[in-house]
Unconditional design. Structure first.
Ligand code: NAG
Ligand code: NAG
Ligand code: NAG
Length: 252
């Protein structure tokens, strides 16, 4: 009953609103009562701004479109009602973007809609990592999503990572989740990892990692050798120099 009634009420409100405000936005996508359009990545959102010619405003008046308060450049023939803007393809940055249309002569005659772009974390595929023993290992997953993911689970060889036993540190700032080991140990860290997220709207997303640990390579100690060579050379030069003064002396 309530569901049947609400659209009618909204329609009446809209009619009232157009008479006082002079412009309104129409879209092929459904616009909620709060002025929100639900959409997804890669989709197209087409918006139409109509100035209400029956109001006191000039029917030929030019219209202006703003995206988050910044003017959208329009083709000359698109400046009069009905003026169309098209968001295609919809990207992550369009989430929360507000599109406003108003008469160029009077900004208080305006109408707005806001996009709610839903998406899951961009997790997929397999990343192969080769790390040396005792080095730092960082496994990273992008977890940004709308709506937010409800969980992030890290597994190794199919079981949940035991942070304490494996010496891993887990960080999550809402944008990325990282599993960090500051000093890799082959027996603890070699294996097949995955990060698994759960989105209330899109379900599970997962990224796999294969971690191979190699033996620590003894680095050739270049600096001490250079220092040694320099010292030897200097000593030789000094020795020759002092010998030279003796040689020249006895030649006199
Ligand atoms: C702009 O529109 C508002 C609302 O319709 C109206 O009250 C106001 O007088 C208009 N201002 C101008 C400069 O026309
Ligand atoms: C956007 O849509 C999602 C999924 O329907 C919903 O959970 C969320 O509350 C909406 N956000 C806004 C700002 O409307
Ligand atoms: C995971 O499995 C591989 C292959 O069986 C094994 O070598 C490795 O040690 C395991 N890793 C962990 C952390 O259990």
């Amino acid at each position: 009953m309530k569901l049947m009634f609400t659209p009618h009420l909204f329609h009446l409100l809209l009619l009232c609103a157009t008479q006082t405000l002079g412009v309104r936005i129409q879209s092929a996508s459904e616009v909620s009562i709060e002025g929100v359009i639900q959409t997804e990545l890669e989709r197209t959102v087409s918006l139409l701004c109509l100035s209400d010619s029956s109001s006191e405003t000039e029917p030929d008046e030019e219209l202006v479109w703003l995206r988050n308060g910044v003017m959208v450049s329009l083709m000359e023939e698109n400046k009069k009602s009905p003026s169309r803007v098209c968001v295609t393809p919809v990207i992550q940055e369009d989430d929360g973007a507000t599109f406003t249309c108003h008469l160029s002569s009077n900004a208080s005659n305006s109408a707005s809609v806001t996009l709610n772009v839903t998406y899951h974390p961009p997790l997929m595929g397999l990343e192969e990592l080769v790390v040396e023993e005792e080095s730092v290992l960082v496994l990273q997953c992008d977890i940004l999503a709308n709506p937010q993911v409800s969980s992030v689970v890290w597994t190794v060889n199919g079981s949940t990572v035991d942070l304490l036993a494996s010496g891993f540190m887990l960080t999550n700032d809402g944008v990325t989740s990282q599993l960090i080991a500051n000093s890799v140990v082959k027996s603890l860290h070699k294996g097949n990892y995955s990060c698994l997220t759960y989105s209330p709207l899109y379900g599970e997303q997962r990224k796999l990692f294969s971690v191979t640990v190699t033996d620590k390579v003894i680095k050739f100690p270049l600096m001490p050798i250079i220092a040694g060579v320099v010292v030897v050379c200097l000593t030789a030069i000094l020795a020759v120099a002092s010998r030279w003064s003796k040689i020249t002396k006895c030649c006199k």
